[in-house]
Write a protein that binds this ligand. Sequence first.
Ligand code: A3P
Length: 404
Amino acid sequence: MTVDKIPPGPGQACCSLSKKRVGILVAVCCVAILSTYMYSLNCCKSRTEAPPKLKTSNSPSFHKTPIFAKIKANTRMPEPSVNATQSEAVAAVKQTVLFHQLLQPQNPSPTNQDDLSSLSSWSSVYEEADDDLDLVPERAAFKPQGKWKRRLPKVIIIGIKKGGTRALLNFLKAHPQVTVSGKEVHFFDRFYERGLEWYRRAMPYSYENQLTVEKTPSYFVTPQVPKLIYRMSQDVKFLLVVREPVARAISDHAQSLEKGKTTPFEEKAMLDPRKCSVDESWSAIGIGLYSLHLTRWLKYFPLDQFLFVSGKNLVANPGAEMGKVQDFLHISRTLTEKSFVFNETKGFPCLRTDENGEVRCLGKTKGRPHNPVDPRVRACLAEFYRPYNEQFYNMTGINFHWEE
Ligand code: A3P
């Protein structure tokens, strides 16, 4: 019996066709899976090769780190992207030093100061709002020259935190020959890896005949900053608002109380009040060792590039103090004593905004009331600071009379 080959019916044809399709589909799937696998391998590889992310103030742990622990632990510095070789940057980062070396009042040795470059910023991290004081009618008379563009700063207010830096910046902002960056930029102490172009863009627009000014008070106490600014420009002028260091520390502490800290000043400042032993590791104390910090700056810049603004005079006689600032910056004496009015309620001078006598004061975070501090602790601290203050007077050639 011959069995005729039965031609495939429509169902069978369909079956063999779908087998083919399945085959193709499987092959396509395999290729897809394989390429996904290869791609993910690549991804992982490049991820492991990427530089570890820098710890910035935005990192959640940053704010929680006690300040001294932060100084010791954060020995990494962002890699300079401008004018700096990698090995230089790495060398600067690797240098470490015991905190006590920084605290020796006798003969601070300039040669040792480079070692301080491993210490990170001492600033408590805080952002300040720009008290927007757009003032002084003379601004209208200003004749702009050149292009309207963002420029790197020619003047930097490098500190001192709680010295009156915001007041100085806002007073300068009222000057027609000045433009200011309202926010603290923190380029040289936190964001250096972002590069100079980033820094320039963080600056306000200005004309050629205007000075761009930025203020970041933590620069003064951050070891690597003088060197990094020097790499950017050797002609920058520095404004440093100084204040009696005990009052400064109390002001610093008042700010931290407002941010939710609760430990009383006396407890933070003293290791043992009976022995008058000061806790030098507390940043609010360390910032006040002005002579040590200044020594590092003078390794890179001559003294005549600094103006030491008296925080006390800035309150008591702002017209005269701003006169010195304007002369130092070679800008017109636009701000005079007539530009300021003492506000009884605020207890501070405020700027006259127009000829009708309207005034604008700084915000409520400036000129806070302070809790009373135990006079014995004050006396201990005054004694502690005495040699550093004297050294600072000798270095600057100015006696600020803080002991009186
Ligand atoms: P207090 O708030 O402890 O009084 P900084 O701006 O560097 O953080 O400094 C703040 C300090 O600036 C204030 O400290 C205050 O004493 C001082 N200051 C100087 N001139 C001022 C002004 N015109 N208005 C308010 N505060 C001023």
